[in-house]
Every structure is written in structure tokens, then in C-alpha cells.
Design a protein around this ligand. Sequence first.
Ligand SMILES: N[C@@H](CCC(=O)N[C@@H](CS)C(=O)NCC(=O)O)C(=O)O
Length: 213
Amino acid sequence: MAEFELYCFAQSGNAYRVALMLTLIGADWRPIFVDFFNGETRTPEYREKVNEMGEAPVLVHGGRRLTQSAVCLTYLAERSGQFQPQSEDERLEALRWIVFDNQKVGGFLATYRFLRSLAPTPPDPAVLAFLKARLDGSLAIVDKRLAGRPFLIGERPTIADLSMCGYMYYPSEEFGFDIPATYPNIGGWLDRIKALPGWRHPYDLMPGHPLPR
Ligand SMILES: N[C@@H](CCC(=O)N[C@@H](CS)C(=O)NCC(=O)O)C(=O)O
């Protein structure tokens, strides 16, 4: 049995953050497929036995069951000593960018991409336009942050980077715009993360791709 188990599915950038971290730190882990697109996270069984919040990812380690990718990343950084912010200032800075990501970067990218490319019904154009405007604002902030800085909180990659990149390696067709081409500093930073030993694409790391149509 693997040391870590991760409830996840290939299309989930929230889960990819944790899957990528597990891979980059060389952890012994295995994915447990969550059938999100057939409603598994909404079932009473899932909410009773796996996660009362009805979400993936869920990281299982020994007797622990952790949810929220930020919590999982923090736990893995503290255990492994890798991708860990060092000083108190760095820890607070990393937390600041992780919260911003969860709400305004990954949060909007996930919803925008889901409505555009993964939802069973066609999206409302007004909703898409609203989300795209919010996304443009957030991605511009991240792009400016990465000007002249290799990683979000400085010279080394930390869990803030692994969180922030969660949705950004998915194909540009799924978003309808090219993130690295539109935001060159983000593009360079994505290349630096991709160059870390062991990096893998979300569709290669987690089960469930391609979606049956
Ligand atoms: N803030 C959470 C977000 C988790 C999340 O929303 N996961 C999605 C899958 S990508 C989910 O399970 N959604 C279930 C639902 O909305 O019903 C995290 O970072 O782990």
C-alpha cells in the first residue's frame, strides 16, 4: 500500500496542486479516482466517508484525512522540508498568494474553464464575460508579481507556486485563450516549474483523461 493516497481526477487543478507536490517531493503515493463528472462528490456516501465539504482533493496519510489543497501542500512541505517557505515573513507571503490563488486565480480559472469546456449545458455568455474580466484582472496581478522574480516569493519555488500553477498547464483550447502567450512573465514562470525534476502534466498524473463523451 502506498504511503499517501490522493482522491483526485485529471481535470481538477485543485487536485493537481497536491499531485504535483507529491510527485516533485518523490512521495510514495497513489491516486484514487473521484468520478466528479458523474456526481460522486455530491453523494451522501462521499460526504459521509471522504469529505464533508463535497470536494476533491483529499489527501490520506496514515490516520489523517486532509482536504483543501492549501492544507495538503502545507502538510507535505512541513513533513518533507521541500517547497517550504523559510522565515515567518516567507510563510505569511506564501499564504497571502495561496489565498489569492484559491479565490481569484484558480477559483476563477476553474469556474470559467468548467462552464466553457466541461459543463453539460452551454454557458451563459454574460456569466462567461463577467468571469473573464475578473480573470484578466487577477492574471495581470500575478504577471506583474513575476516580473523580475523567478518564483512568487523569491528565488526558490515554494508551495505558493505549486498552488498558483494548478490550472495553468491545461490546454489553451479549454480556456479559449493562451495564458503563457498573453502573460509572458507567467509563461516564463510556468516553464521554470515545468523544468523541476519529475514535473508531469495533470493529464499524465491523475486518472480520468480523456472524458468519455
Ligand atoms: N479550495 C479547494 C477547492 C476544491 C474544489 O472546489 N474542488 C472541486 C473539484 S476541482 C470540487 O470537488 N467541487 C465539488 C463541487 O463543487 O461540487 C481546494 O483548494 O482544495
